[in-house]
Design a protein around this ligand. Sequence first.
Ligand code: EPU
Length: 273
Amino acid sequence: MLVGDAGFDGLVVKIEFSGVELQETTLIAGAGESWDGLVARAVSEGLWGVENLSGIPGTVGAAPVQNIGAYGSEVKDTVVWLEAFDIETGDMVRFANSECGFGYRTSVFKKSPGRYVILRVAFELKKDGTPNSSYKDLADTSRLNLDEIRAKVLAIRARKFPDLTKEGTAGSFFLNPVVSPEVAAALKGRYPDLPQFAAEGGVKLSLAWLLDTALGLKGASVGGARLFERQPLVVVASRDARAQDVVALAQKIKKEVKEKLHIEIEEEVRILD
Ligand code: EPU
């Protein structure tokens, strides 16, 4: 979430519900628990399912909102149920996985902003799991144990994201675009090395590759905001950046992608301006 330079005229509540409970292979955690703390706990208990999601900043309650994902795993693969407070009706509601409307970086919680406050989430994990080596960066992990996989994911992430103690980032700023097979084929003709993946509703394209190789936009900047030199899908903001710098940079990138590649791209970050 990016808050505008003028601030936010309203009440901001930071969710700090804590507590983690293990019932056989189900981990139930308060929404305010650290996501990575929960992953560390699962790994230390020898439970499989969330290890590829190591090192993602944020809380347990935020994870289902945009169905966080990395390295071939998404949080929707392990969520069994979650409890939320419905601000519209005043009711406590329990959502089963199938009721969460999970998709690529989306859910019913993201689609109805301001309606649900997630309070607790339950994750079903596995005692005798196997590595999910489907993503190319983790292709050589098929014989690794849980601790080794977590260490490997943390090392990859350390190379791909800025040092959060020095600069700000929300990770990927845009979604990877999902286009029709015809558009994907035309782009493949123009850029034979462009990574493409089958996705719900079409073909997912690597926007990082397009920004880097097709458009040469690594390091493009507006004021204190720029596309990260080691991963151009990631926007980084220096300490003196204004929210407006980030918004203007995003507009510039969207325009360039539209004009040169004829693709509409969408922000992953929610802008409160
Ligand atoms: N690439 C380049 N140049 C670069 C970096 C990457 O060309 O400088 C190309 C490479 O071909 C690389 C490809 O882009 O193979 C994909 O890069 P990466 O593995 O970093 O994945 P991504 O598609 O850019 C997505 C998620 C990340 C997640 C990674 C790993 C989205 C919007 N982003 O990024 O999630 O960590 O995959 O699974 O889907 C996030 O959502 O905030 C996030 C960080």
